[in-house]
Design a protein around this ligand. Structure first.
Ligand SMILES: Cc1cc2nc3c(=O)[nH]c(=O)nc-3n(C[C@H](O)[C@H](O)[C@H](O)COP(=O)(O)OP(=O)(O)OC[C@H]3O[C@@H](n4cnc5c(N)ncnc54)[C@H](O)[C@@H]3O)c2cc1C
Length: 486
């Protein structure tokens, strides 16, 4: 029997932490199909460096909730945050019980580090600064279900509140796959920005598709920019320098050695990342000076062991860490907004469609994500979605759909894609102005009217949604920094 003749119990779109942990939550006897673009590791999970935030013990849960709500600047769903922080400990303990190894000290105690806006050390890490890679590798080894590589989902078969399946572009042909439940775990929107830290596969197409299918996106103006990114490497994905570096003592300085962050916030390097991003952006603009991350206070051997990914990646680019200062800039990093879901990841108005991980909006991050809460979100909400699926066992007749698809890419697309990336960076980036946003919206509308391929159209849909949401929210909030002219 061909894979495409089967009616699966679930199809999961995406093989990051959310998709893979959802797969792990289905028992072996369930018929589950995972789908990813090119390679399973080409996802943001693989590149996560700093770690996973989790309450250290029961007493720490209220404080983790408090820090998350503070960062979220009033836009969090408190219930979602309580779930994240309460269930988070259990999800991590389960992960450890399944055999995952977080970094420990010589006595065998888990090592917790600190990141900005956390009131205490509560970030677990693995392989030093290779947490995401280790978690991804572990989940891939654990995965008992079928996985379709090199496959881009190009359509969702939605009718009368049910999603019957997906159309996939695989090896130059379109194939349909059908299931009783569909879980979207396709990550954020990185590729629509000129400077970003995200994996290549992360291109906002599923969000754009959901808009066309009548599913709502929420809080799309809430885009997070990471302050410490080395943006001069080649390739669209820029090299992140984890927040844990600042958490453990690294300084941000200008070319005169001035720690200018204190002019913006008394917490200096430990102020929330949106503040640090804006301060760097503003300082560069105001003074014309280059800004650097200075790690020279670290012992060299310690640095290499604690931050091996950064040490070796930067060495390949000609830097001798921790001694050399690294020029940094903010870059797009994380989407707080996404496909609206309930607290089990279910899409409102749908009986069997779920969204989990970065692609979803449970409002757990509100207007700004607390550092390292997203890997935890992936673990916690994937389990809840699968539990909901298993408890509700939807009963409907899966229908077959045509496998005719529109042209995905047209010759004009790559030029427009680059224009869009620049436009989004300039208009819907770290600081925003209504006039620029309105001009960007007009340009996006014009691009949408051109003879373009479907994949670009889906990106444009998502971009339009971000820009419109940013125009709509006239006051600054959390990561959305709009300059108001009174
Ligand atoms: C450099 C970097 C460092 C980070 N560090 C941390 C950290 O230390 N701690 C933390 O908590 N968070 C961190 N984050 C954020 C965190 O890694 C992500 O939010 C999280 O991993 C997202 O997981 P996910 O499963 O939702 O999506 P991803 O891991 O991004 O996976 C998305 C998957 O969807 C697939 N996909 C997308 N579109 C389609 C399509 N149309 N058809 C088929 N498949 C599709 C992709 O192929 C991929 O498999 C970091 C992010 C980056 C980029």
């Amino acid at each position: 029997m061909k894979l495409s003749d089967t009616i699966y119990d679930a199809i999961i779109i995406g093989t990051g932490i959310a998709g893979l942990n959802a797969a792990a939550s289905f028992s072996r006897d369930k018929n589950v199909l995972l789908i990813c673009k090119e390679n399973s590791w080409d996802c943001n999970t693989f590149y996560a460096q700093g770690g996973v935030a989790v309450a250290v013990d029961d007493e720490d849960i209220p404080s983790h909730i408090h820090d998350t709500l503070e960062a979220g600047a009033g836009l969090c769903d408190e219930k979602a945050v309580e779930i994240l922080c309460n269930d988070g400990r259990d999800a991590i303990d389960d992960f450890i019980k399944r055999g995952f190894l977080f970094d420990k000290d010589e006595e065998g105690n888990l090592l917790y580090t600190k990141e900005a806006a956390h009131s205490r050390n509560r970030i677990l890490h693995a392989g030093g600064d290779a947490t995401g890679r280790h978690m991804h590798h572990f989940l891939m080894q654990e995965n008992p279900h079928k996985l379709l590589y090199n496959s881009t989902v190009t359509d969702l078969f939605i009718e009368d509140g049910y999603c019957h399946g997906v159309r996939v572009y695989h090896k130059d042909e379109f194939r349909n796959y059908y299931a009783k439940n569909i879980i979207i775990a396709s990550g954020g929107v990185g590729s629509i920005y000129e400077y970003h830290t995200n994996a290549r596969a992360i291109s906002a197409d599923m969000q754009g598709l959901c808009i066309e299918k009548g599913c709502d996106l929420r809080d799309m103006e809430m885009m997070q920019f990471h302050p410490t990114v080395f943006i001069h490497n080649r390739g669209a994905r820029k090299q992140l320098l984890t927040e844990a570096l600042r958490g453990e003592g690294a300084h941000i300085v200008d070319e005169n050695g001035k720690r200018f962050l204190f002019e913006y916030d008394q917490r200096g390097e430990l102020s929330p990342r949106s503040k640090v991003s804006r301060a760097i952006f503003d300082w560069k603009k105001k003074t014309g000076l280059e800004v650097y991350l200075n790690c020279s206070m670290f012992d060299e051997v310690f640095f290499r062991e604690r931050f091996p990914t950064i040490y070796f990646n930067l060495r390949d680019m000609g830097f001798n860490l921790p001694n050399d200062e690294v020029p940094i800039s903010p870059a797009f990093h994380y989407a707080m907004g996404g496909i609206e879901t309930d607290l089990n990841g279910k899409v409102p108005g749908m009986h069997n469609l779920y969204a989990i991980g970065e692609v979803a909006s449970t409002r757990v991050h509100g207007a700004n994500r607390l550092a390292s809460n997203s890997l935890l979100e992936g673990l916690v909400f994937s389990r809840r979605a699968v539990k909901d699926i298993l408890q509700n066992d939807v009963d409907f007749q899966v229908k077959k759909f045509s496998n005719e698809e529109e042209i995905l890419k047209k010759p004009i697309d790559s030029k427009l894609k680059n224009e869009l990336r620049h436009l989004m960076w300039e208009a819907a980036g770290i600081t925003r102005e209504k006039k620029k946003l309105q001009e960007a919206l007009e340009k996006i509308e014009k691009m949408l009217k051109k003879d373009i391929g479907k994949l670009l159209r889906l990106r444009l849909n998502t971009s339009r949604n971000i820009v419109k949401s940013a125009i709509y929210r006239e006051e600054p909030l959390g990561a959305h920094y709009i300059i108001t002219k009174r």
